[in-house]
Design a protein around this ligand. Sequence first.
Ligand SMILES: Nc1ncnc2c1ncn2[C@@H]1O[C@H](COP(=O)(O)OP(=O)(O)OP(=O)(O)O)[C@@H](O)[C@H]1O
Ligand SMILES: [Mg+2]
Length: 251
Amino acid sequence: MRIVACYSAKGGVGKTASAVNLAWWCAARGRSTVLVDLDPQGASSFYFRGDPARAKAGKKLLQGRSPLTEHLQGTDYPNLDLLPAHKGFRGADALLAQADKPRRALADLLGALESQYDLVLLDCPPTLGLLAESIFAAADRILVPVMPSTLAERSYAQMLALYADQGGKPKRLRPFFTMVQIRKTLHRETMERMRAQYPRFARHFVPHARDVEYMGVHQAPLLAYAPRSVAAQAYHAIFIEHCGELIRSVA
Ligand SMILES: Nc1ncnc2c1ncn2[C@@H]1O[C@H](COP(=O)(O)OP(=O)(O)OP(=O)(O)O)[C@@H](O)[C@H]1O
Ligand SMILES: [Mg+2]
């Protein structure tokens, strides 16, 4: 089993859009996949039509007092399950802090999925707290969507510092640009500068595209309803570049 997180310290940068599409992409390649919605806002649970009535007891779940496997739901797609968002995840930092080894607690919880799944996808809330440290410790790969803006550049540098502080392996961190408006000089210049400073950015980028925004209307991954769109093709290329060999390793 491998764990892939879609993470950023910044909000509204496309973490959920990426996690939902990557989960679908992995499942479509025959990998037994589960998307874990760590964000109490529950956006990826909404996209996958998760059943909120069964989404309770998040506090117990994070404390390890309720087995993770009891919270799993199916989706409309083969090989793809969902662990929906729980309101109790709002207090994730405080709950993790109560564990014996707080930074290892998330990895230990996810270990319960080992016998059932090839891949665990984490849709993360924007955080730099203990949950972020737990995600860094648990994930084999961390996909970081970055909007080419000044504040996003600053936030990326802050996140890198925290990641390095935690002893995170640079190879696991895989940034890519998203919501790119290539006609904007600021976007082009920011991308150029960040690529020069951080060579791990994916070669492809996800453009700002109306097709992606329609995920909320369709309640489905972009790759499922508009696979030929420019944005879907970009996601496909980025997933191959950043996760291709990882997916093959769990074949
Ligand atoms: N490439 C894109 N082009 C246009 N809109 C996009 C793109 N990617 C995401 N969006 C839109 O931007 C908004 C934020 O995206 P998303 O929810 O994926 O971000 P997030 O990082 O998960 O946000 P949060 O921090 O709130 O969890 C959504 O309305 C989504 O439809
Ligand atoms: Mg989100």
